[in-house]
Design a protein around this ligand. Sequence first.
Ligand code: HEC
Ligand code: HEC
Ligand code: HEC
Ligand code: HEC
Length: 143
Amino acid sequence: MKGWKGLTVILAIAAFLAVGYTFAISGSCPEKMVIKDPAFGTFKKKGVPFSHKKHADMYGCKECHHTAKDDAAVKAGPVKKCSECHKANAAEKNSIGYCKRTYKGKAPGLKCAFHMNCWGCHKKAKKEGKKAPTGCAKCHSAK
Ligand code: HEC
Ligand code: HEC
Ligand code: HEC
Ligand code: HEC
């Protein structure tokens, strides 16, 4: 009997680890990350710290992973990188005004994709009195 109990415990632990592993390689939502996408090639600015889980708790998944069918599809993974569809384009200016003016309903370049998503929402959120950073150095602050 003792042997069986031991085996049950081992199986339970194995099952637990297997589930953890599946989440890690599929749609697990990282707590925090620093955005510094190698697709840019060279960087003029520091990377951008991003409280991913806090944002996911506020807005769900599809808000940013916008080509997914729904939140469940994002959670099931795999998650596509923004740079799979938004290509780095050296001609893109930094200002969000430029991004909006030149947006024609097609995938903007990578810098505008990040700026319109992050900065665009932060501008609105700030007007509503929320503590969302809108200054260059406030976002580009990774060490
Ligand atoms: C709300 C946050 C936010 C604000 C505000 C913001 N950025 Fe960014 N920016 C990002 C993110 C996220 C990226 C993608 C970062 C990466 O992959 O390196 C990015 C990318 C860039 C890039 C391309 C990558 C590089 O380092 O060359 C440049 C240049 C840039 N931003 C300049 C600016 C400037 C200048 C301002 C202010 C006028 C600004 N950003 C304001 C979030 C922000
Ligand atoms: C406010 C925007 C935002 C929200 C909301 C959001 N994400 Fe993300 N997520 C990102 C960005 C930006 C990246 C980095 C993408 C890249 O590098 O191209 C990312 C990356 C990921 C990755 C890949 C992680 C890695 O280490 O490569 C997974 C998995 C993920 N998100 C899952 C989720 C899930 C699940 C939710 C909802 C519960 C969610 N995200 C909500 C913006 C967001
Ligand atoms: C599978 C391809 C694909 C992926 C992955 C993708 N996008 Fe997009 N994105 C598009 C296309 C295509 C458009 C043009 C309008 C549309 O079809 O929604 C677009 C439009 C946008 C726009 C401008 C329209 C708007 O709603 O403001 C932003 C900002 C944006 N994407 C940000 C992102 C960010 C940030 C990520 C990564 C978290 C991302 N996208 C991942 C294809 C993609
Ligand atoms: C749909 C709206 C929305 C989007 C998209 C969004 N944010 Fe935010 N963000 C917020 C709000 C609201 C806050 C303020 C939260 C609070 O009140 O504490 C915030 C806060 C932050 C902060 C301040 C510190 C913290 O974590 O609370 C950072 C840094 C940040 N966001 C980075 C980003 C980056 C980088 C992106 C793009 C990848 C992004 N955000 C996209 C709404 C958004």
